[in-house]
Design a protein around this ligand. Structure first.
Ligand SMILES: Nc1ncnc2c1ncn2[C@@H]1O[C@H](COP(=O)(O)OP(=O)(O)OP(=O)(O)O)[C@@H](O)[C@H]1O
Length: 602
């Protein structure tokens, strides 16, 4: 049995219902050999075209900012306003007209003030059309602005763009498609407006009012011409709006000679910040003494929030200080556009409509010669005329970096800048950033999950967990002496093993002594040793920890050998030479001073 194609049938039914009256009208018109004359139809059409266009302009100028603000604001007031602006859509237009009489009618204050000019004039028609048609634009603009990636606006702020500039240069182009659709709907609604207009401005006739008058006085035949004119005008406008927009042709970017920015060392960074977002409380501090800081921590620890607070994008109590040649500068209270801080969020947040070259010049005060230098340095010069959708992930991140650097920021904030990139690109970019830090002395705060990346790119490490600092200090110091097992885990330190201090303060693992401690016997501890500090041997020795190889992982530069001890604990040792096969009995020698231990109470 053939199944009925349900969806096409349903869609076809509605389509037929929408189109058949128009087709029937066209057939009738053709059969009659034209439409009888309708004196005044030209003037009515002109009135409708002019007033609909003026109304749409008014709606655009006022409604686009309203849609933007409604999309950006949260809370009950914004939600209530969002509902209220849609009210004219729900009201019968006649009632909208009656309501408007209370505002602009001849006996209302505004009507009296203007000598009755607001009714039965073209102004009256525009007022009626704006009231009824504005919600179409506001609703469309609001959802278009709500869909704009907030990271675009954040980055624009850190690139020096104030509120108005962010609206005009970032939000408007990004929401352009939705706004255009809203403006078209508003125009069409204004063009076809009848109910409110008939109450507020019966004269001069608009096309719908003219048609109604013709129908009432002479009957259906007299409406043929106005109906034909209205259909033609609406079709022409719809056709023009649907016309594919030709891509703007731009010449190739002409880059100036690159100029290397001066290499003055950046400021020392310090901060003491507290913020609350929803139920999450952030409290982070770092004394001003470092130029390159890495923030490490598990997912959800508050790392990105810390960067946003540093950039001024997240309201926070406390202060950020930059200490340089000119003394100590406090940033508290400064808007992000005035902080002079470069910010790279997890997403590169490139503006979709701009080429690479325009992208790197987007920052306020970006120096073209310096921008050309960074494009060259980051291998992007050949890509200067491409748009973001024509770039790879690594290239996009490079562009975002060049864009931030073209403004010569005092401090660069990087939120997991290399996450998701493949290993060669990640390594290349990491080393590029390290070279950049070395060459320019630029201050950076880097958020990362990767302890190796932190070690490569920062002198200081800040370990964050659940919104608070667990440990902070010089990178080598923190790596050598994690404060507790949790900090060790955050640093990616392996070989964390539980044990108990034995007689004479000796820590044993099974029968073998690991190291001496000054702890009383019976103290439970967690101890660790770095994999590269374990010497693994297969010769039959009596000293060291006996165990059996359970796994061998051959990495590019070395081999990891996982050894299971008689206690069931597993230790990993790294070596560069060949590794014993799984199952081989081995001995592990550990220098006592390579062991770090923490009493379990910590
Ligand atoms: N708008 C919000 N409302 C409520 N809680 C939020 C909001 N934004 C973030 N959070 C919470 O704040 C905490 C910190 O978020 P943050 O983005 O700083 O984490 P993170 O350390 O950068 O994590 P990741 O490494 O996964 O990016 C998280 O627990 C998150 O769920």
């Amino acid at each position: 049995m053939n199944r009925v194609p349900v969806l096409p049938v349903l869609a076809g039914l509605l389509l037929a219902y929408l189109l058949v009256p128009i087709v029937a009208f066209a057939v009738r018109l053709a059969g009659a050999g034209g439409a009888p004359a309708a004196p005044g139809v030209g003037a009515a059409l002109a009135t409708s075209l002019v007033t609909a266009t003026i109304s749409t302009a008014v709606i655009g100028v006022l409604g686009i900012p309203l849609g933007y603000l409604l999309a950006r604001r949260r809370g009950r007031v914004a939600a209530a306003l969002g509902v209220l602006v849609q009210l004219p859509l729900a009201l019968p237009p006649l009632i909208s007209g009656v309501l408007l009489v209370y505002l602009v009618g001849p006996y209302a204050p505004l009507g009296e003030l203007t000598g009755g000019q607001l009714t039965d004039t073209r102004i009256g028609i525009v007022l009626a059309q704006v009231f009824v048609a504005a919600p179409f634009l506001v609703v469309a603009a609001r959802s278009a602005f709500a869909a704009v990636d907030p990271a675009l606006l954040d980055v624009a702020a850190t690139l020096g763009h104030g509120r108005l500039s962010r609206f005009v240069r970032v939000a408007l182009p990004a929401a352009g498609g939705g706004i255009r659709a809203g403006l078209l709907l508003s125009w069409l609604r204004a063009f076809g407006e009848f109910g409110a207009t008939v109450i507020l401005a019966y004269h001069p006739y608009t096309l719908p009012v003219f048609t109604y008058v013709q129908f009432g006085s002479t009957g259906l035949p007299a409406t043929v011409l106005p109906v034909a004119v209205a259909l033609l005008a609406a079709l022409l406008i719809l056709g023009a709006a649907d016309h594919p927009r030709l891509p703007r042709r731009r010449g190739r970017a002409v880059l100036p000679g690159p100029v290397r920015p001066n290499g003055r060392p950046g400021p020392l960074v310090g901060f003491d910040l507290a913020a609350r977002v929803g139920g999450f409380v952030l409290s982070v501090a770092h004394p001003p003494g470092a130029r390159t800081i890495a923030i490490l921590g598990p997912s959800g620890a508050g790392k990105s929030m810390t960067l946003r607070a540093l950039a001024g994008l997240l309201p926070a109590r406390g202060d950020v200080t930059l200490t340089g040649d000119g003394g100590r500068e406090r940033l508290a209270g400064l808007a992000p556009e005035h902080r002079g801080i470069g910010y790279l969020p997890q997403d590169p947040a490139l503006l979709p409509q701009l080429t690479v070259w325009r992208q790197v010049l987007f920052g306020v005060g970006a120096d073209p010669a310096v921008a050309a230098y960074w494009l060259d340095r980051l291998g992007l010069t050949e890509l200067a005329d491409r748009r973001p959708d024509q770039l790879s992930g690594g290239q996009r991140r490079r562009v975002a970096l060049a864009r931030a650097l073209a403004r010569r920021p005092r401090l660069l904030l990087l939120d997991e800048p290399f996450a998701g990139l493949d290993t060669p690109v990640r390594d290349e970019l990491r080393h590029e950033l390290r070279a950049l830090q070395r060459d320019t002395g630029m201050a950076t705060v880097l958020v990362t999950h990767d302890p190796d990346e932190a070690a490569l790119l920062a002198d200081e490490v800040l370990l964050l967990s659940a919104g608070t600092v667990r440990q902070q200090g010089r990178q080598e110091q923190v790596y050598a002496h994690p404060r507790d097992p949790r900090a060790a885990r955050l640093l990616g330190i392996r070989n964390l093993t539980a044990g108990t201090v034995g007689a004479g303060g000796v820590l044993r693992c099974g029968a073998a002594a690991v190291c001496d401690t000054d702890l009383p016997a019976g103290t439970d501890v967690t101890w660790c040793v770095r994999p590269d500090q374990i010497v693994l041997s297969t010769v039959d020795k009596s000293d060291g920890l006996a165990g059996r190889v359970v796994d061998v992982v051959r990495l590019a530069a070395f081999t990891e050998t996982v050894v299971e001890l008689p206690t069931g604990d597993r230790l990993t040792a790294t070596r560069t030479g060949p590794a014993p096969k799984p199952g081989t009995p081995v001995r592990l020698a550990i220098a006592p001073d390579a062991v770090t231990l923490w009493p379990s109470a910590q």
